[in-house]
Structures are given as C-alpha cells and as structure tokens.
Ligand binder design. Structure first.
Ligand code: MTE
Length: 315
C-alpha cells in the first residue's frame, strides 16, 4: 500500500523554503481581498504571482482563512498512479500524454446511451468556475479553482431508468500512454463509484479545467470528477466511461485494501484511517495543520443524504 499520511512525507517532497516565502508574499497581498469575499457567493479574482494563472470562480463552502492553493502546487503535487506513485511523477511522466481526441461512453441503465466526443459531451459555453476544498485521504488538503459542469447535467441528458441506483466511472486503460499501468500497483483500470443521489448532487463537478485553463495532464485531462465532501480518491481522473448500474460498484482503493478504504469515503475527522488519524490535515503550501471538518466543510449541503447511516460502518 503506497498511500502515506502527510506526517510521513519525505522532506524532499516538502515545499522548498524559498518557494514558500514567495508564496507567502503573494498570499499576504491577495489574502485580504480573498478573505473578505470567501464566504460571500460571487465572482472572485485573486492576484497570482507573475506567470501563474489567476484563481477565479465562485467560492463553494470555503472557510475563513481558505485561500486558493498556488498553481505550482495544484499542478506539481499530484496523485495519479497511471503516471507514477511519487507526488512529482505525474507532472513529469504525463508530459507527453495527448488527451485529444477523447471519447466518453455513457451507458448502462439509461434511455439514451451514447458515445460522445468530449466537445459534444461538455459544451464550453456551459462551463463554470468554482472554488472547492479538496481533502486527500493522506491527510493533506488544497483549495482548487476548478472549471467544469455539474455531473447531474450530463446524467440527466442520458435519462437514467428507475432501476439505476449507482454510477460507475472508469479511467482510460492504455499502458502505452499511461506508463504506470505497466506496474501492478492497482488493478487497472482505475474505477470509482457514487450512489445516484451523490452523483446528482449539485456540488458534484465534472471538471475539464483548473485555474481557468484546460486541465493539465497530471490533474486528469481532459475530464475528471471532483466530489468535495469525499476523500480525493473518489475524484477519478481521465474518465472514458460512465455507467449507470443497479448494484454498488467496487472501487479501486477498496479492491486493493478493503479494510482501509470503503465505498463512501466521506471526509470524517471522527473515523481514523487504520494507520493514521483523520482529525487534522496539512494544507499544501502551508506549515500549520488545521482541523479536518465533517464532510470537509460541506455538512450543511450533504449530511442529509446519510441520515440514519452508521458512518463508522459505511466509511
Ligand atoms: N484517478 C486516477 N485515475 N488515478 C489516480 O491515481 N488518484 C486519486 C484521485 N483520482 C487517482 C485518481 C487521489 S488519491 C487523489 S487525492 C486525487 O485524484 C488527486 O487529484 P489532484 O492530483 O488533482 O490533486
């Protein structure tokens, strides 16, 4: 099992001090404006360091003190095992990956199954910029300005039948283009699942961009999920297949370590990972740890979907 908690991260993976001070200067300049608008819906523009794109979008569920994680970290510190297991591997090993053209298949328990070219699947005019919190199961977190559309929009278009209860997502399987798939670190292709109500929730985003640009390959180009109240591994990258099903799908991490990773994977500071605490997290680009919030700060929007469920059992 390769996932390690933030406390175990090698010092070589930590942000070099010089870069940290640059960021701090930037955050000091941008922080005031951001903090003032963070809790108010509306468009947000924060100044970025020269050369880096500008964080833009409507803040969703941000907490006081949340600031967009710098572009360099969002695109330089990644989990994408198809391109290596080190945090800096995907940015390097995915450089030559070409995500165009891209076809997405939507089928299963739907009235309108189809294969779509990406540009027909998600019309650029429908894209929204939304800033979300992102909490990895390894106890680190980020704040990310995604560009995408609610998953519900594309699911509704397919017209799920009354038998559809879950949605299964699959990443591209092509070891010639995704060199990490030559290693048996996971049972490829990467698969994930959501209950239909979770998939239809207005916060669940299909992202095609970040920081106002098309997704860099290491972030899951050209199309990935972001489910902000769940641990990051639910947010599957480089999706080629969306299937509506009647049974709970297996998901890659649950298949690989069933006693450590469940189907729901809702962020829950009260349920520890068997090998580390989930009570706090390290925000990438900062040193101080912060408390982890129930449902990653989205409890008001999503807790009702789990009422009556034992969240220790359904982890
Ligand atoms: N999707 C695929 N196909 N392969 C992966 O290895 N890693 C997951 C998730 N989606 C992963 C994936 C994990 S563990 C996390 S935390 C997020 O992607 C990381 O997304 P980011 O690199 O954009 O922060």
């Amino acid at each position: 099992m390769l996932i390690r908690p933030a406390a175990d991260i090698r010092s070589s993976e930590l942000t070099p001090e010089a870069a940290y001070w640059n960021r701090r200067d930037w955050l000091a300049a941008a922080g005031g404006a951001f903090a003032a608008s963070a809790l108010v819906p509306g468009s947000l523009r924060a100044l970025a360091q020269g050369g880096s794109p500008v964080a833009q979008g409507t803040p969703y569920g941000l907490q006081p003190g949340d600031k967009p994680t710098p572009w360099e970290d969002v695109t330089g510190y990644n989990n994408f095992y198809e391109f290596g297991t080190g945090k800096e591997d995907p940015a390097e090993l995915a450089k030559g990956f070409n995500p165009k053209p891209w076809t997405v298949k939507v089928d299963g328990l739907v009235k309108k199954a189809a294969d779509y070219q990406l540009e027909d699947f998600i019309k650029p005019s429908k894209l929204e910029d939304r800033i979300y919190r992102h909490r990895c199961v390894e106890a680190w977190s980020m704040v990310i300005p995604w560009r995408g559309i609610p998953l519900a929009d594309v699911l509704k278009r397919a017209e799920p039948t009354s038998q559809a209860k879950f949605v299964e997502f699959t990443t591209l399987f092509d070891p010639r283009r995704m060199p990490g798939q030559a290693l048996r670190v996971l049972d490829w292709p990467y698969v994930e699942g959501l209950r239909l109500d979770e998939a239809m929730h207005p916060l669940t985003l299909l992202a095609t961009g970040v920081y106002g640009r098309d997704l860099p390959n290491q972030n899951g180009a050209p199309l990935r999920l972001h489910v902000p109240w769940k641990y990051g591994f639910k947010s599957i990258k480089s999706i080629v297949h969306i299937r509506l099903v009647d049974k709970q799908p297996r998901n890659s991490w649950q298949l690989s370590s069933p006693n450590e990773y469940g189907f729901y994977s809702n962020v829950n500071p009260e349920v520890d990972h068997p090998r580390w605490s989930q009570a706090s997290e390290r925000r990438i680009g900062e040193f101080a740890r912060r408390k982890t919030l129930m449902f990653n700060g989205y409890a008001d929007q999503v807790a009702s979907m789990y009422s009556g469920m034992d969240l220790r059992k359904n982890y």
